[in-house]
Ligand binder design. Structure first.
Ligand SMILES: [Zn+2]
Ligand SMILES: [Zn+2]
Length: 379
């Protein structure tokens, strides 16, 4: 299905993408590179979608289901420490989640779908922007080019450092957890540091909220009511030693497997923050950001993944509990029947988002074959 020449070509494209990373919502050059490749090498109908994404359509002559395969395309605001010749050209921006590889897998898949056309239905390849900041999937969903599609199945993969190279990893139901972040800004009143009682200092409220975060955390991933409230950032007052602080911020990221628990805890956290601020005569401003819905892997879709791994002769591991990271593919699996799976990126490959991480090109072939064999079962 994939000859050596094609795989070498894909590797060199992957390295071009790696050298030219763009962060979420800024993937303009990446988008153009994808369009150029698709127009030259595939018979897909290619359209821009979600501002910086691409939707490629492979039609057949017979009616049938529509299968969407999603690959994410954005990079991260992380300084690359690697020194190889295709290292990032842009200071402070790099592909540290392997989305350069995910993009390449979809480009390779487009070649296969062009050479071996589907016999019925339709395949959509979605090159999705802005996965890392949780904005991309929503932007695509709101795009008219996407709204008019009637989608039956959705699939996506993520490379997984820490797993054997090519190992397929999946799970029924929750595959990745719910993740979202909360920003608390507290306004009080400054006073002379000699007379703090004349002002309203947010320090005690912030301290109580940190304690609360620790108290409601249940950091046992094997428990169904697993819940994390992790402090990520805080600030208070200024380094002006005569002034009692009058303003502070505390930011947290919360995670759970269970969606109902997430909703319940979210309400409790807001209620607690409001109550504490009231007690200390402070004005809170609370907002949510970077919301990732849990990926729900439909059992039928997982069965296609199992069968595909057998076809590809790849080891299959089914996880006992979900991954802790958020993935905005959850926006799709909560609307359509579908599933996500992992492809092992090697036991010694640095973890995702680490400054020395690099996508291992040898797994591109496994990714393409997996998607192709999933599609073949449905169409
Ligand atoms: Zn990432
Ligand atoms: Zn990623």
């Amino acid at each position: 299905m994939l000859n050596k020449t094609l795989l070498e070509k894909l590797t060199s494209i992957r390295k071009v993408l790696h050298a030219n990373p763009e962060i979420s919502e800024q993937e303009f050059e990446t988008q153009q590179r994808i369009i150029d490749f698709m127009e030259a090498e595939s018979n897909a109908i290619v359209k821009k979608v979600g501002k910086t994404g691409v939707l490629a359509t492979f039609n057949s002559t017979q009616t049938g289901p529509t299968v969407m395969i999603r690959g994410d395309i954005d990079a991260l605001p992380i300084l690359e420490v690697n020194t190889f010749e295709y290292k990032s050209k842009y200071e402070g921006v790099s592909h540290k989640c392997g989305h350069d590889g995910h993009t390449t897998i979809l480009l390779g898949l487009s070649k296969v779908l062009t050479e071996k056309p589907i016999s019925k239905g339709k395949v959509l390849l979605l090159f999705q922007p802005a996965e890392e900041n949780g904005m991309g999937a929503e932007a695509v969903l709101k795009d008219n080019e996407f709204i008019k599609e009637e989608i039956d199945y959705v699939f996506a993969l993520h490379n997984l450092p820490g797993y054997e190279t090519h190992e397929i990893v999946t799970k029924e139901n929750e595959f990745t957890g719910n993740v979202k972040s909360i920003i608390l800004k507290i306004t009080g009143k400054t006073a002379h540091a000699a007379e703090p009682e004349q002002g309203n200092n947010p320090s005690m409220a912030i301290a109580k909220i940190f304690e609360y975060a620790d108290k409601i955390t249940l950091n046992n991933p094997e428990e169904p009511n697993f819940f994390l409230m992790t402090p990520v950032y805080a600030t208070l007052g200024d380094m002006a030693y005569g002034i009692s602080a009058g303003y502070g911020e505390a930011h947290f990221t919360i995670r759970s497997w269970d969606t109902d628990l997430m909703d319940q805890r979210s309400e409790e956290i807001i209620a607690f923050m409001e109550q504490i601020c009231k007690r200390y005569k402070l004005t809170p401003d609370i907002s949510w950001t970077q919301v990732f819905q849990a990926n729900i892997n439909h059992p039928e879709a997982v069965e296609y993944i199992r069968n595909a791994s057998r076809k590809c002769k790849l080891k299959l591991t089914e996880r006992a509990y979900p991954f802790r990271w958020g993935e905005d593919f959850g926006v799709f699996t909560q609307r359509y029947k579908g599933a996500m799976f992992g492809v092992g990126a090697g036991k010694t490959t640095p973890a995702l988002h680490n400054p020395d991480y690099d996508y291992p090109d040898e797994i591109t072939e496994s990714g393409i074959k997996m998607f192709y064999h999933i599609i073949k079962q449905i169409l």
